[in-house]
Design a protein around this ligand. Structure first.
Ligand SMILES: CC(C)(COP(=O)(O)OP(=O)(O)OC[C@H]1O[C@@H](n2cnc3c(N)ncnc32)[C@H](O)[C@@H]1OP(=O)(O)O)[C@@H](O)C(=O)NCCC(=O)NCCS
Length: 169
């Protein structure tokens, strides 16, 4: 995941430790996609402690060879549907204004699910520092109808307890 984040460009690359910890503790709100033994994409997310009806999507990455084929949309739909039973009705993510692909991804998800999308700066350039663009919060919802389930090689990230833990495909 760390390697894919680095290859993807446009993402803040976290440490391997951070990704390992994420897969250990937040596998239920994250997803990976595999293709022929390769990691094709992932989403890391969590339910906001102060607003458990909201899934915060932290990072979305799709490998350069797998883009523009609907993979990010499928992963997002899969994840949003999988947390519906936990009462999740809203999806949030932040996107920098220049990231057209990501803006389109969330617009498309909102449209496909008949949900509203609102935008508001969450973290300013000043707060982020180092010339970072502002991070604009995209809030989507309420999600009122089932989100289309998907087929294919999507799985929970395997935690540290063993590669079989929670893998679905
Ligand atoms: C953003 C990203 C995850 C999209 O992945 P993807 O699998 O190519 O996206 P999808 O094929 O599911 O496309 C989703 C929507 O965005 C649109 N889209 C995707 N890439 C686009 C681009 N470069 N320019 C314009 N629109 C784009 C698609 O047409 C689709 O819209 P539609 O449903 O109306 O047809 C991928 O480009 C990526 O990994 N980028 C680098 C990392 C990043 O910026 N992540 C997001 C920040 S958290």
């Amino acid at each position: 995941m760390e390697r894919l984040a680095r290859e993807s460009g446009g993402l803040d690359v976290n440490s391997r430790y951070a990704y390992l910890l994420w897969c250990r503790d937040f596998a239920d709100t994250s997803v990976v996609a595999r293709a022929g033994g390769r990691l094709a994409g992932f989403i890391t997310g969590y339910r906001r402690p102060a607003a458990p009806d909201t899934l915060f999507v932290w990072q979305v990455a799709v490998g350069p060879d797998f883009r523009r084929r609907g993979l990010a949309s499928r992963m997002l739909g899969h994840l949003a549907e999988s947390v519906r039973s936990q009462g999740v009705r809203f999806v949030e993510a932040t996107v920098t204004p220049g990231n057209k692909a990501s803006l389109h991804l969330f617009e498309s998800f909102a449209r496909a699910n008949g949900a509203d999308l609102t935008r508001d700066v969450l973290f300013s350039e000043h707060e982020l520092g180092s010339g970072h663009e502002p991070e604009v919060l995209q809030r989507i919802g309420p999600l009122v109808r089932p989100i289309g389930e998907v087929d294919g090689p999507l799985a929970r990230p395997a935690g540290l307890r063993g590669a079989e833990d929670g893998v679905r495909s």
